[in-house]
Design a binder for this molecule. Structure first.
Ligand code: NAD
Ligand code: ZN
Length: 356
């Protein structure tokens, strides 16, 4: 069976395209219902380039992304909006993967009853949420294009995967990602690089995913390997790499780095981008050429990959990470084939985790 791939509705790309936001969202305004702007807390007290086109009753929320988003945080925002505004015209998420995921989840909860954790899984969301717009200010996760929003709930870290999850509109304005600190830019950018490698070298690969994945990989190599200095063109390329990398995994799957990194995220709260880097750095047995290239990029961009984060963990803690990782069945199947269980054992995973 071939997947019937739900994509986002509208996309605008270009430097300064954020200025068009007010015109873009105007037709979606409903009388008496505000637009809600959820903006990464990094921008509090700063001026975002361009105009957001806010009107009088619009709501502005600065998203706290110190930790990756939790279902309880989504419930707090959605419940407050429901009690204070009744209903809203739409949700505009401006920030990195965390803020965009918060915006997607809040939009869905504005149209669905109950609590966010009840929708963690596949196709559990029954009603469309309200109109939603995603505007990345940091690039690599592909959250702007995906049909999920990753959330940590009471018992698991899992997205609300559904055909209602993709944005109705995204605004890809490379000016917004220009000032991301080099370390953060690298960690999130490498998420994209790793998406490409895991998609292209996985068993689920197909011509669709290869076509977009190869272009995304080439763009990552151009900015992190071949460029001497970061410039405006690098921003254009990275914003497109993130989008295409996201499209590539949407029609294939990620692989070993993500499966192992989820264990670190669950137990230690290690963030997605940096966790993937910590893991990928040690995956020479699985992706030998790419790991060599990754190390070159680390060196060239003068990045420190944290070491020793698993030192002193207990037997139980190792087992928790191994359980979480082995639970990522499609990721392992994509990476190692249908007989993946014969290729990755608890012992092998334990040895791997001990290296981080
Ligand atoms: P992030 O959104 O967590 O942000 C990282 C840091 O960068 C934060 O401190 C933030 O305040 C700061 N920041 C954002 N924009 C900035 C700017 N322009 N200048 C300076 N600082 C800025 O980082 P991320 O790597 O983009 O996202 C990671 C999140 O994305 C995780 O929660 C992960 O689970 C999620 N994710 C989602 C998907 C998906 O398909 N939905 C895919 C991969 C990852
Ligand atoms: Zn990822």
């Amino acid at each position: 069976m071939f997947r019937n791939f739900k994509q986002l509705d509208y996309l605008v790309f270009g430097r300064g395209s954020l200025k068009q936001l007010s015109d873009i969202i105007r037709p979606h305004r409903k009388p008496g219902r505000p637009m809600v702007f959820i903006i990464d807390h990094f921008f509090e007290g700063k001026t975002l380039p361009g105009s957001l086109g806010q009107e009088n009753d619009d709501v502005l929320i600065f998203a706290d992304v110190t930790d990756e988003p939790k279902t309880s945080y989504i419930d707090t925002i959605a419940d407050t909006l429901k009690s204070e505004c009744g209903s809203v015209s739409g949700i505009i998420g401006i920030g990195g993967g965390s803020t965009m995921d918060i915006a997607k989840a809040v939009s869905l909860m504005m149209g669905n009853p109950g609590k966010a954790h009840e929708y963690q899984g596949w196709d559990l969301v029954k009603n469309p949420g309200v109109y939603k717009v995603g505007i990345p200010t940091i690039s690599g996760t592909g959250a702007e294009v995906s049909r999920t929003c990753v959330l940590t709930g009471p018992t698991r870290k899992l997205g609300m995967n559904s055909d209602f999850t993709p944005f109705n509109q995204i605004v890809l304005d490379p000016e917004l990602i220009h000032n991301v600190p080099a370390n953060q830019r690298f960690y999130t950018g490498m998420d994209c690089y790793i998406h490409c490698i895991e998609s292209l070298q996985g068993t689920f690969i197909n011509t669709f995913s290869r076509a977009v994945g190869e272009k995304s990989l080439e763009l990552c190599q151009e900015v992190f390997l071949h460029k001497k200095q970061w410039d405006a063109e690098s921003d254009d390329k990275l914003i497109m790499a993130s989008y295409l990398g996201g499209m590539s995994i949407a029609y294939s799957q990620v692989g070993v780095a993500h499966a192992v990194s989820y264990g670190l995220g669950f137990l230690l709260g290690t963030k997605h981008g940096i966790g993937n880097c910590i893991v990928f750095d040690k995956l020479q047995d699985y992706y030998p050429e790419a790991v060599k290239e990754f190390k070159q990029m680390v060196k060239q961009n003068n990045i420190e990959i944290p070491q020793g984060i698993c030192k002193g963990l207990s037997e139980d803690e190792y087992n928790t990470m191994i359980d979480v990782s082995l639970g990522m069945v499609p990721l392992w199947e994509n990476a190692l084939g249908k007989d993946w269980k014969t290729k990755i054992t608890r012992e092998k995973l334990r040895t791997l985790y001990e290296q981080f």
